[in-house]
Design a protein around this ligand. Structure first.
Ligand code: 0GY
Length: 305
């Protein structure tokens, strides 16, 4: 049966502009997804939304158009713990994609090994209540202990107000911990206010913690520029992302978040998103760390294939 996308869901931007910013050679888009296609890889019965299809071929075409060399494909909640669409993208990427999976406590070691062989290097724990049902922390801790043996890391997605309650759980994890979208700061609050200060303190005190400085389109209140040729979009997010890049240059990653799930008001032009990068990583050295050195260290530690 065909899937009908959630009402109000915006399709991804069909004709993204070519970025003005030239990405360094070997750049990695370290946070993106594939959705289905639903006819081949059905969406999970437990999902909280039904997306539009966004195939691996479309992802790879975007990668080439924007100038990236590699992708990290992150399992999206609409596929639950059925990782087949993500794994299919990895094995057809010609070594240019690595993945982050979602698994349950009952996953077998040989399944983890098969995922590792396909290119998975992490699992994602999602704490955003509109996206997932609650999973007990002891179950997540079990999973973390299992995947640590493969040298994987844990990607965590949560909202800023939930960091205090999650702090102890995160610090007990036995792996590197990668935070999605800077822990979703409220960018209408002061950058030096207590909420973002807590996030910075968390990164400062825990050297195994990394952050994706991604999703300005999700965090921004000021939004994209008017379509007047000016390409400096999402200005209100810039100081937050720049602060993270400058204080933790060796532990930051950037991702497009294509195909941008759950956006109902504004769908970004992915070319404009790439043009956001030099506003948050303002030197060639910072750009190279953010886009090449750091993601390669985490996802391709053995070097180029
Ligand atoms: C993102 C953000 C979102 C969704 C998911 O897996 C997902 O469904 O991650 C969101 O709705 O904020 O990183 O893609």
């Amino acid at each position: 049966m065909p899937f009908t996308k959630t009402p109000g869901w915006l399709d991804w931007y069909a004709n993204p502009s070519r970025p003005a910013f030239r990405l360094p050679a070997g750049s990695v888009d370290a946070h993106c997804h594939v959705f289905g296609p639903g006819a081949a890889f059905p969406y999970a019965p437990s999902r909280k939304y039904t997306p539009c299809d966004a195939s691996k071929e479309q992802l790879f075409a975007l990668r080439d158009h924007l100038g990236f060399a590699r992708n990290v494909v992150v399992q999206a909640t609409c596929h639950g713990d059925d990782n087949r669409a993500m794994l299919d993208a990895l094995v057809h990427s010609n070594g240019k994609a690595r993945g982050v999976a979602t698994v349950g406590r009952n996953v077998a070691d040989d399944q983890l090994q098969a995922m590792h062989d396909a290119g998975v290097r992490g699992v994602r724990f999602n704490f955003v209540k509109r996206l997932v049902d609650f999973t007990p922390k002891d179950e997540l801790a079990d999973i973390a202990a299992r995947i640590a043996r493969f040298g994987w890391h844990v990607v965590v997605y949560f909202e800023a107000q939930d960091l205090p309650a999650l702090w102890d759980f995160f610090t007990a994890l036995p792996t590197a911990v990668v935070i999605d979208h800077m822990g979703r700061p409220d960018v209408t609050k002061p950058i030096d206010g207590p909420e973002f200060a807590l996030f910075l303190r968390f990164m400062r005190e825990h050297r195994n913690v990394w952050s994706k400085v991604s999703c300005p389109e999700r965090l921004s209140v000021s939004g994209p520029p008017a379509r007047d040729g000016e390409r400096n979009a999402y200005r209100d997010v810039v100081p937050f992302a720049r602060r993270v890049v400058e204080e933790f240059p060796d532990r930051v990653l950037w991702g497009s978040d294509w195909p941008h799930p759950n956006l109902t008001h504004h769908m970004p032009d992915d070319g404009l998103l790439v043009d956001f990068i030099p506003h948050i990583a303002t030197t060639l050295e910072l750009q190279h760390k953010l886009l090449v050195d750091n993601p390669m260290r985490l996802y391709w530690p053995e070097g180029k294939t």
